[in-house]
Every structure is written in structure tokens, then in C-alpha cells.
Design a protein around this ligand. Structure first.
Ligand code: SAH
Length: 356
């Protein structure tokens, strides 16, 4: 098992300009950086040996100094209901993460993890249970997409950074990831097809807005006021409800991108008519779209999802206030559904039962 690779040695997380500097330091022509970038991000090889247009001595020097980040598929679960596939990956240092591949009418979507574990502690979330292990490199976020495309052989239209982890708690690597995946010389995915979901780390939301990317920002709101939000999400003790919404307004002002609010409906906690009314009053001036998600039951938690008719009523109430709202279609409910559950199941297994 290899050790975790340091950021400054991880070539798949580097911009072409940085690779050019490395090439120059090694006494090579800067254009070699483009060839290297092409191997890493288009041909997506896992070893320097395969980079046949680089000289053998250069390949040897590179492999001594810059170990390649390579993540391996450990397990794939496929839903019989809708073809959703969950991937469990092993990172170079042995940690495991999960990603989800979903087929929609409008194209295929991949949900990736940004961290192994998470330290945000949301009460209903499986990823919070073991805390944060570590943040992922940009290359490890990219590799989830590259490996899944290889296995499925299908085109990727959308990326959502909504798997395990808080992307804005891994801010620098997230920026690298966004720039690299949308680089015209690499995968060239339109930023409009990328969504980053946050629990609401306010200062980073402002920083992200100032980057003026064309990505969609999704904010996990889950409550209509401070009191209820604090019950579900510890981060609400740090940033007030109003501050978070102001950051969303700022994001829209800077980028022109409509905000998505995620709202997990938990029976008896945040799903009453009063909650819907309160929520509407708070967000009606924001150019937004609300995504209602009946909470996914997590083995270790006792939250129960709202009844179907409660969910529909909640939706109708928001619509009465002219708020854009959809109920998220449940995908892959027959496989370890909620975020982080496949990873948790793996971690909880005794060593000898784990697949390697
Ligand atoms: N940390 C980020 C992104 C990861 S979670 C965030 O908080 O937004 C992605 C989304 O799934 C968030 O909206 C999160 O609140 C939600 N989520 C987590 N566990 C869930 C569960 N058991 N049921 C429904 N939604 C859940």
C-alpha cells in the first residue's frame, strides 16, 4: 500500500502551467507538459510506462519523483429498479470512498465524494458518523469520474459534488477539481453541468462567488429557521440562517446562477405547513429552486421520512408562494441508499470479510 501522496507531487492535480514548470526544471521542453496532461486526463493511464510519446528516461524520472494517484474499484452495486450504480473505491492509502452513477432522461450524472468522512456532523447523515478522515486531492475527485466512465463506457453529462464530505471544507482542492474538469484541454465539461453542494460555510461561499464560475451552488437548508436548523445541522451554530441566505443572494448576484436549496423532509421535525410557510417567507426573494428530499433512513439514526402526502402538501404550499420546487426522485433505493452508507457498511465489516 502506498502512502498518501503530497499535493506538490500529485501531477494529476496540477494545471498545465504547473506541469510546464516541472518540465522546465527537469530540462525538458515545456510542450511535454501538454502531452503529459493528455495522458493523465484524456487517455487516463495509470502508469508512466504507457506514456509512449515521452522518452524512457523522462518516464523513469517522473515515476521516481511523482507517484501517480490511482484509485481502485472495490465494489459496484447496481439497482434493479433504475440502473443506478454505487461505486466503492479504495484510495492509495487504503481509505475508501463512494460515488454514484445515475441515469436520467437528460443524461448521465455522477455524484462524487470530496472527502473521506466528514466533520460537519449533520444529524441525519451517514457520512458524519465516523468523522473526517481526510480531504481528497483534486486527482481523487477526477479519478472517480474517469474510472466510472471507463466502467460504464457512457458519456457523463453532469457532475454533482454531493457525496461524502463538505466540499467547501476542502476548498483549494475543490477549485483545482473544477478548473481541471472544465479545462478545454482535458474533459472539457461545461461548468454549467457541475453542482457543488454545501452545508453553508459562509466565508467560503463568498470566496466561491468571487471566482465567478458558472457552476450551480446547492445549499443544504433543511429547516425554515435557526432553531430547527441547529437541531439538524451543527454548522448552523456557527453561521446564522440569515447569514447563509445572504451568502446565497451574493452568489446569485455575482454569478447569475440560480441557487438550489436542498430540504430533506424529516417526519415531525421540519415538514409542517408552518415550516413550509416560514421557509417560503425566507427565500421568496431569492432566485432559487427547492429540491425536496424525503430523508433517507440511516441505520444508525432514528429519523423517519415524511409521508408521501405530507411531502406533496409541502410542495404545494411552496408553490402557492410561487417558489420553484421539485421532489427529488429516489434513485437506487434498493441499494445502500443514503449517502455514505456503502462506505459505512464496508468500514463496519471485520477485516477478513472485506473485499480487496
Ligand atoms: N456536505 C455537503 C454535500 C454532501 S451531502 C452538504 O451538506 O450539502 C449531499 C446532500 O445530501 C446534502 O443536502 C445533505 O444534507 C443530504 N443528505 C445527507 N444525508 C441524507 C439523508 N439521510 N437523507 C436525505 N438527504 C441527506
Amino acid at each position: 500500500m502506498t502512502e498518501r501522496i503530497e499535493n506538490n507531487l500529485d501531477l494529476r492535480s496540477m494545471y498545465i502551467e504547473e506541469l510546464e514548470q516541472i518540465m522546465i526544471q527537469m530540462g525538458e521542453k515545456p510542450f511535454k507538459a501538454r502531452q503529459l496532461f493528455d495522458w493523465l486526463h484524456n487517455k487516463r493511464v495509470d502508469s508512466y510506462d504507457e506514456m509512449t510519446n515521452l522518452s524512457r528516461p523522462l518516464r523513469e524520472k517522473l515515476s521516481c519523483k511523482y507517484p501517480l494517484v490511482d484509485i481502485k474499484v472495490v465494489e459496484v452495486q447496481e439497482s434493479r429498479l433504475d440502473g443506478t450504480r454505487k461505486f466503492l473505491f479504495r484510495l492509495g492509502d487504503g481509505n475508501v470512498i463512494e460515488s454514484v452513477w445515475m441515469k436520467y432522461h437528460h443524461g448521465n450524472s455522477i455524484c462524487i465524494s470530496s472527502q473521506a468522512g466528514c466533520r460537519m456532523g449533520c444529524k441525519f447523515c451517514a457520512s458524519a458518523i465516523g468523522g473526517l478522515v481526510r480531504s481528497l486531492h483534486a486527482s481523487e475527485m477526477l479519478e472517480q469520474i474517469y474510472k466510472i466512465s471507463e466502467v460504464t463506457g457512457e458519456k457523463v453529462s453532469n457532475i454533482v459534488v454531493m457525496g461524502t464530505g463538505e466540499p467547501l471544507d476542502n476548498y483549494e482542492n475543490l477549485l483545482r477539481f473544477i478548473r481541471l474538469i472544465s479545462d478545454a484541454r482535458g474533459m472539457n465539461l461545461s461548468q454549467r453541468n457541475i453542482t457543488v453542494s454545501t452545508c453553508g460555510i459562509v466565508p467560503k461561499m463568498y470566496e466561491l462567488a468571487d471566482e465567478k464560475f458558472q457552476i450551480t451552488l446547492a445549499l443544504s437548508l433543511h429547516a425554515p429557521d435557526d432553531e430547527k436548523r441547529k437541531e439538524l445541522m451543527p454548522v448552523a451554530n456557527k453561521y446564522a440562517f440569515k447569514e447563509v441566505l445572504d451568502a446565497c443572494r451574493y452568489y446569485f448576484k455575482k454569478t447569475g446562477r440560480r441557487i438550489t436549496f436542498e430540504y430533506a423532509l424529516v417526519a415531525g421535525k421540519n415538514d409542517s405547513e408552518r415550516d413550509a410557510r416560514l421557509l417560503s417567507a425566507q427565500i421568496r426573494d431569492i432566485n432559487c429552486h427547492v429540491n425536496l428530499i424525503p430523508v433517507n433512513p440511516v441505520r444508525e439514526r432514528d429519523y423517519v421520512k415524511s409521508d408521501k402526502n405530507v411531502v406533496v402538501n409541502f410542495k404545494n404550499k411552496l408553490e402557492k408562494y410561487r417558489i420553484n420546487v421539485t421532489i427529488r426522485r429516489e434513485m437506487g433505493s434498493d441499494i445502500d441508499g443514503a449517502c455514505g452508507q456503502l462506505r459505512r457498511k464496508y468500514i463496519d465489516k471485520p477485516e477478513e470479510e472485506r473485499k480487496t
